[in-house]
Design a protein around this ligand. Structure first.
Ligand SMILES: Cc1ncc(COP(=O)(O)O)c(C=O)c1O
Length: 393
């Protein structure tokens, strides 16, 4: 597709404005704008996490999460080891195997969970996949089975639009990896039996710990079903057939980082200061709208997500659409490198398993003014690389 002359003129020289913060990584994501290391000075470092102060901080992290996300009072929220991966694997290893399973995947993290279930747990699961940019037909899913899926595909920029197709009276459990969705999207808690996320994504926290959120039905499964495979201590959620309640009140399975906990509490404070969940969603939507306007104004760039209804407002994935580009992967890498060298945008290359392109984090810790300042530079980098191509030809 030929580029228009005005766009070429616009991009011929470097824009004057620069983003104040060039961090647009999709994880770990930008810290909240108010972040400063000195604000972690209250962390009870060098103290036992089982001391009253440590327990109180862990409990506060759980209850603040509940409050801001609107998680029902009868849902359990635990802080568990190994970030989102730890939380989601813990859920699969504890809960699956009781009934048939459907695995849904539309990008690499979901595909990783499929590998777990099929190759490691060796369950005879129905596997439904969609190509990058698309989503599985959710209306065709059998929710009387246990269903595992990722709410927002971080590597494809595709999300579940809402939970309407999940029946209230399902017999199976829904296990949802919401690591790049929590705090940026409305999650229908009544439709989700297990939800996991990591602090390192939308809140710009640290990656050490995962959040595991269980509905009463998930707890009932844990207390009535014992998987056929062994569970290491780090995965064990029950003892003598009863839920280990302490995990969900701040008595973690093993030692947490109180520095990370302090950082999470700070991020939650910030989330509250920008209007809680609604404010966070609005900020992510505004960032994504700025990218959407840019894509609409430039015919050489497109969203990877095919359907606007499933387009993410956090991990926004883009691809180049210009006939002059021969090696798409090399071109996208060169654009990302140019922006990184100019310290305009760090870490915006597409995920290693995803189609060639860019991925711009639009979660709420990113300022819309920074997205707006960065995008003209993207046009500049695109033009510079096109020019380099024609010089090389
Ligand atoms: C959808 C999804 N699931 C799981 C993970 C893994 O998260 P972590 O590295 O925090 O365990 C990520 C990380 O980007 C992700 O985006």
């Amino acid at each position: 597709m030929a580029i228009t002359q005005p766009a070429m003129r616009e991009a011929a020289r470097q824009p004057e404005m620069r983003p104040a913060n060039p961090r647009f990584s999709s994880g770990p994501c930008a810290k909240p704008p108010a972040f400063d290391l000195s604000k972690l000075a209250d962390a009870p470092l060098g103290r036992s996490h089982r001391a009253a102060i440590g327990k109180a901080k862990l409990k506060a992290a759980i209850e603040e999460t509940r409050d801001i996300l609107g998680i029902p009072a009868d849902y359990k929220i635990g802080i568990v080891p190994a970030s989102d991966t730890g939380a989601f694997e813990m859920a699969m290893w504890n809960l699956l195997g009781e009934r048939p399973v459907e695995m849904l995947a539309w990008e690499s993290f979901g595909a990783g969970w499929v590998t777990n279930v099929v190759k490691q747990l060796k369950l005879d699961a129905a596997v439904k996949t969609a190509d990058y940019g698309e989503i599985v037909d959710l209306a065709g899913v059998d929710f009387d089975r246990d269903v595992c899926f990722t709410w927002n595909g971080t590597t494809s920029g595709v999300r579940v639009p809402n939970g309407d197709v999940i029946p209230a009276n399902r017999a199976g459990l829904t296990l949802c990896d919401a690591t790049s969705a929590a705090f940026a999207m409305d999650l229908p808690w009544d439709k989700l039996d297990v939800t996991t996320f990591s602090w390192q994504k939308v809140l710009g926290g640290e990656a050490a710990h995962g959040m595991l959120i269980l509905s009463p039905r998930a707890v009932a499964r844990l207390e009535s079903y014992t998987p056929a495979w062994p569970l290491p201590k780090i995965f064990r959620l029950t003892k003598g057939g009863k839920l280990i309640d302490g995990i969900f009140t701040g008595a973690t399975i093993n030692t947490p980082s109180m520095l990370c906990v302090e950082d999470y509490l700070l991020a939650l404070d910030w989330a509250r200061s920008v209007g809680g969940l609604d404010g966070m969603i609005a900020r992510a939507d505004a960032n994504t709208a700025a990218v959407t306007d840019f894509v609409a104004a430039h015919d050489w760039i497109e969203f990877l997500a095919v359907d606007p209804a499933t387009r993410s407002n956090t991990s926004v994935c883009l691809k180049f659409a210009d006939a002059r580009i021969v090696d798409g992967a090399a071109f996208a890498k060169a654009v990302a490198k140019r922006l990184e060298q100019e310290e305009i945008a760090l870490d915006i290359g597409a995920y290693r398993d995803a189609p060639a392109g860019l991925r711009i984090w639009c979660g709420s810790t990113v300022e819309t003014s920074d997205i707006a300042a960065m995008l003209p530079w993207l046009a500049w980098a695109f033009e510079a690389e096109i020019e380099a191509l024609s010089e090389a030809a």
